[in-house]
Design a protein around this ligand. Structure first.
Ligand code: GDG
Length: 734
């Protein structure tokens, strides 16, 4: 793939491991899929890969390693054994790994680990900052480095930063258990794009961002000030062509024959995992045990090969798991073996890649049943290696790959009785069924291979950067403020529409508490007393309240989204042909929801009814609001009504009135040379759309809008209005 920018890849480990043999340094290449995929990138031009060299080295060796690796575009991070212990073994693998794989009881919460994690993340960030410029693409990988994006962002605010998480992102209910949940999210939100394997991970991440950090999202995008952060699913894959070629290789074919001899042409079930409690190894062995109990006729005719790649076995939990596996394998073999045959062939070591490929090829069934897995590449490698398209994949629903490999036999790994049944089903599946399923899965894996993954991620990152730039130009900064003020100054007949709640005052739990303060009254009064201005307050509130609060000011008012309006000095008028006979029925339905939703309140206006859920627990309010809208949707449309979804409120009103149609009454009077509208809510979109295109329309907040510009808060709105007037009066003086 050709990328015009310099790319800096950052991961916990480099794609090379430094080892020492009799005092001499050795560099061992990683065969991993990610390393192969990214090697096409990091080796190009002056691209770089930053990561831990994989071993503890002394000072005199550091210089040599840096020199040796720099030729290969690799930049090592050196970690002491104390750092490895706290950052890698401790916080990454002892705290984050179990929690993110839904084993919260295994998680260790230690301040010491956390401090080391922070320190090491800073160390990685410092190395990036030393070398990166704002034009480079910085691509950070995985849960060991969750704080790095924002640490880099602090030093290089404009940096292009992508983050990809290779393990699952747990649901909010699990993630919230972490004492450092907020800091970790803030770390990730330093990226421009945060990638996960599945859409479920994306949802979980966004839900945590909303509930813990308080940022809303729209279409998978979170907006923090003028920066958009996109969260998306990029299911990782394998180098499909490489696995096809491997399966066809002469060495693989020789291994294939040996395996067939070893299993005596029996049917073969394979399982390949790293030693880990997330892989469901014990449950799978139990399922196989049940299968053998249920099918004594297959004793001597089926063999299971369980390959376990050693991992972290110095950690007590892993050591214990290894011992339990040993015990269960012995138990099953002891229970069912007959002379010349044993049910499980167990390998506790890493196999050469050609042997692995041969296993994939020979296997009748691949049993891939993790309790949780971000993706699981073994399942995809198995599919790719099946040149003759015969063989069955039994795949856990809890693996990310189950979202793509839907033609596999999907199982719940906890349901060992069902897994036992599915083993039998798989071993007896007709060849044509096997071929149909395998063909479909091969199509998926070949279409979405590692190259596509890479390309999609990079394209999305650049797309987000373009959106950010557009957004930046829409955020009102000093120079835009000045431009608006000048345009204000140069005009003589201005019309200014202002929404009230969320635009001029902040939201309060009780709507009646949001009365205007004296500063606001002064501000509006000055604005409205300028004879060149026509100020229209356009609100969803009832007209009595607005009259009470603003009746004394020389302004015009639109109330209840246009159901009522008043030009200064005249009486309140209601829009024509409005009915209120529907209100009792709607209020009756709303009351039923009130009984199930603590914290809601109903606001009855003359021609509309609002259902407020600002005080309801986050999430529940939105759920009930969606249920309510769904329940009344037919009733509402049959009567020419509309269910407006505002900020924590659902308002039922006539569909013939809205702020936009109300604003037209003023616009049609004509003669204006300055149009401005400011609002925070989506009911204000109608006003924005009703104004001529050259108008200064401003959205308060971060949601997508038809407005030309953005301001962050009601304070910024007040500041802008003040500045316009100030500039105006200063200029007049001079
Ligand atoms: C993370 C996530 C996600 C296994 N045994 C041998 C061997 N392997 C190779 C396989 C495969 C890889 O190891 C394991 O793949 P995983 O998908 O389990 O990946 P991990 O690196 O463990 O973990 C995971 C992945 O990142 C990618 O985002 O899928 O969910 O946990 O490639 O072939 N290779 C050789 N001999 C073996 O005995 N040569």
């Amino acid at each position: 793939m050709n990328i015009s920018k310099r790319v800096i890849i950052v991961s916990n480990r480099l794609p090379i491991k430094v080892t020492r043999k009799e005092g001499v340094l050795n560099y061992q290449k990683s065969e991993g899929g990610l390393a192969t995929a990214l090697s096409t990138i990091y080796k190009q031009g002056n691209n770089l890969w930053i990561g831990w060299a994989g071993t503890d080295v002394n000072d005199s060796e550091e210089e040599k390693i840096i020199k040796d690796l720099s030729i290969q575009n690799l930049s090592p991070v050196f970690l002491s054994s104390e750092e490895i212990n706290g950052f890698y073994e401790g916080f990454s693998n002892g705290t984050l790994w179990p929690l993110f794989h839904y084993c919260p009881t295994y998680g260790e919460y230690s301040q010491e680990y956390w401090q080391t994690y922070k320190r090491v993340n800073q160390k990685f960030a410092d190395i990036i900052i030393e070398t990166a410029t704002k034009d480079d693409i910085i691509w950070i990988h995985d849960y060991q480095l969750m704080l790095v994006p924002s640490l880099v962002r602090k030093s290089i605010p404009e940096a292009n930063i992508g983050f990809f998480q290779h393990i699952p992102f747990p649901s909010y209910e699990i993630f919230r258990l972490l004492p450092w949940r907020k800091e970790l999210l803030e770390g990730l939100l330093g990226a421009d794009i945060v990638g996960f394997h599945t859409f479920d991970d994306v949802r979980h991440f966004l839900s945590s961002v909303n509930r813990i950090s308080g940022f809303n999202n729209m279409s998978n995008k979170v907006r923090i000030e003028s920066r958009i952060i996109s969260a998306d699913a990029f299911p990782i894959s394998i180098d499909y062509k490489k696995y096809r070629a491997l399966a066809d290789n002469a060495i693989t074919k020789r291994h294939e024959q040996k395996i067939r001899q070893l299993i005596n042409n029996n049917q073969l079930i394979i399982s390949i995992d790293r030693l880990d409690y997330s892989k469901g190894i014990l449950q799978r062995l139990e399922a196989y045990q049940i299968f053998l109990q249920q099918h004594p006729e297959l004793i001597g005719r089926v063999t299971m090969m369980q390959v376990i790649v050693p991992s972290r076995d110095s950690v007590p939990k892993y050591r214990q798991l290894k011992e339990e596996i040993n015990r269960l394998v012995s138990e099953i073999n002891g229970q069912f073996s007959i002379i010349g045959w044993q049910p499980i062939q167990y390998f506790y070591r890493s196999l050469p890649i050609h042997l692995l490929s041969a296993l994939y090829k020979v296997a009748d069934v691949a049993l891939v049943t993790p309790m949780r897995d971000g993706m699981n590449l073994v399942s995809k490698e198995f599919v790719a290696s099946k040149l003759n398209r015969k063989g069955v994949l039994i795949l856990s629903e809890m693996a990310g790959s189950a979202r793509e490999l839907t033609e596999a036999i999907l199982v719940n790994p906890n349901d060992i009785w069902d897994v036992a049944n599915k083993i039998f089903l798989a071993l007896n599946m007709s060849e044509s069924d096997q071929i149909d399923r395998m063909t479909a899965m091969q199509h998926t894996v070949s279409q979405f291979d590692i190259e596509t993954w890479l390309q999609n991620f990079m394209e999305k990152l650049l797309e987000v950067k373009t959106q950010q730039k557009t957004m930046m130009t829409r955020s009102i900064n000093i120079s835009l403020r000045k431009k608006i003020s000048i345009s204000y100054f140069n005009s003589t007949n201005r019309i200014i529409f202002l929404d009230y709640d969320g635009t001029l005052v902040p939201f309060t739990d009780n709507p009646q508490q949001a009365a205007p303060d004296s500063d606001l009254i002064d501000l509006l009064s000055t604005l409205a007393h300028d004879t060149h201005n026509r100020v229209v307050l356009s609100s969803g509130r009832d007209y009595q309240t607005l009259e009470n609060w603003f009746g004394q000011l020389p302004i015009d008012i639109i109330a209840e989204h246009g159901a009522w309006y008043k030009e200064h000095g005249t009486k309140w008028c209601s829009a024509q042909n409005l009915s209120d006979t529907w209100k009792p029925e709607i209020i009756h339905i709303m009351n039923q929801y009130n009984r199930r939703t603590p914290g809601v309140s109903i606001e009855e206006k003359s021609y509309s009814v609002a259902w407020h859920f600002r005080k309801v627990v986050n999430g529940l309010g939105e759920l009930r609001a969606a249920e309510l809208v769904n329940e009344i949707k037919d009733y509402v449309s049959d009567r020419g009504l509309q269910a407006l979804q505002g900020d924590k409120v659902i308002e039922i009103k006539s569909s013939i009135v809205n702020k936009g149609s109300a604003a037209k009454r003023w616009i049609e009077q004509g003669g204006y040379d300055f149009f401005m509208a400011i609002g925070d809510d989506y009911t204000d979109e109608d006003t924005f759309n009703a104004l001529p295109p050259e108008s200064i329309t401003i959205k308060v907040g971060t949601n997508i809008s038809a407005a030309r510009y953005y301001l962050k808060s009601h304070e910024d709105v007040r500041e802008l209005l003040q500045q316009m007037q100030l500039c105006h009066s200063n200029e007049r003086i001079t």
